[in-house]
Design a protein around this ligand. Structure first.
Ligand code: KG4
Length: 339
């Protein structure tokens, strides 16, 4: 039987990435070109610059992935591509490349949700088991997703304002730490103490979050100390903010385990690299009969390997898109039904 070879493209933010997956489990290539060093100068991702860099990089990354995988274009079974959510201009670059390839090779085009990709990154560790609770924590999203089966996503709660990663980035910027702020805060917090008392946000909805109040509390604290010419202990501020944010995240998320009869908990998204989140959730679930899966660190940043995994499942369900498919920067993970 002919091998199933999925070529996947990811360009939703500041990484241009191509991966090639054989028969759903053998990663033949996983090439990522990151723009982080360029965006660092601006303290965050500049959307227009991101799009232009994707245009410059996409063919180079594609060529490198094909060479690494040692396959010919003609061996490809289908093209999977991130359709959203993300930056509209950035998404378009990957989508147009994917459409051109699908047209040229006469193979199906598979629309992949970026956050589904982050959830399926865990399949590089172990298969998903259902019901599964995915704690999705990234720069643009904070969502609690319950999966009863493959490709079935129910959002039971989400942030009502800032995403948790966005709060990490904004707090970092307030104390002049480099982008991406979450990485800087995580690193510095190891040298700090829990000496700043920060308010725990309150939201009535059981599984919903608010991170903007916590972020503003940090900004106000820093402004007050500066106005009074008092030094700020940045490592301790980093630690206090990090632990308040992560404990709040887990305090609200973990009761879903009992309510939804969860068998497996997975972390997904850029913030899942956070060392305190990883150790604290491990500690809290240690004595429970729940499988905890932490995505490999290489899969917490954006990549196309995770997109190829979702592409594999969608290919087998024949979820294909037409060549008129548009990017959707605010696509909801629950909306796979529309194809
Ligand atoms: O998943 P991702 O690339 O964002 C979106 O696709 O939206 O994640 C990027 C986010 C940034 O906010 C970054 O600061 C955060 O993940 N991040 C972290 C860590 N590493 C990355 N946040 C906390 N701790 C980390 N170690």
């Amino acid at each position: 039987m002919k091998d199933e070879i999925i070529l996947a493209i990811e360009s939703s933010c500041d990484e241009t990435a191509v991966a090639i997956l054989k028969n759903g489990n053998e990663l033949l290539a996983n090439v990522v070109s990151t723009q982080i060093e360029i965006h660092k100068k601006y303290g965050g991702v500049m959307p227009e610059i991101a799009s232009r860099l994707h245009i410059e990089n996409i063919t180079i990354v594609l060529k490198e992935a094909l060479e690494k995988a040692k396959i010919q274009k003609e061996d490809i079974t289908a093209i999977a591509v991130t359709r959203g959510p993300g930056l509209i201009g950035a998404l378009h670059v990957g989508l147009q490349a994917a459409k051109a390839l699908a047209l040229d090779l006469n193979v199906p085009l598979i629309p992949v949700h970026h956050l589904a990709g982050h959830i399926y990154a865990n399949e590089f560790v172990t298969p998903l088991k259902f019901p599964c609770l995915a704690i999705v924590v990234s720069g643009g999203n904070t969502e609690l997703v319950v999966m009863k089966d493959h490709l079935s996503f129910d959002i039971i709660g989400e942030t009502l304002d800032d995403a948790i990663g966005e709060a990490f980035d904004k707090v970092a910027r307030t104390v002049n730490l480099p982008y991406p702020g979450g990485v800087s805060i995580d690193r510095l917090s190891k040298e700090g103490e829990l000496k700043y008392h920060l308010p725990i946000p309150h939201v009535d909805e059981k599984y919903c979050y608010s991170f903007s109040g916590l972020k503003t509390a940090v900004i106000n604290l820093v402004t007050k100390e500066r106005n009074n010419n008092r030094p700020i202990d940045v490592p301790s501020l980093a630690r206090s903010f990090q632990e308040t944010a992560i404990n709040y995240l887990l305090d609200k998320a973990l009761p879903a385990i009992d309510e939804y009869g969860i068998k497996q908990v997975v972390l997904a998204g850029g913030v899942s690299a956070n060392s305190y989140l990883r150790s604290e959730i491990t500690r809290r679930l240690k004595d429970r009969d729940i499988e905890l899966v932490l995505p490999p660190l290489w899969c917490t940043t954006d990549n196309a390997a995770m997109i190829s995994k979702v592409g594999h499942y969608l290919y087998n369900r024949k979820v294909f898109a037409s060549l008129s498919l548009g990017a959707d920067p605010t696509w909801k993970i629950e909306d796979y039904k529309e194809f």
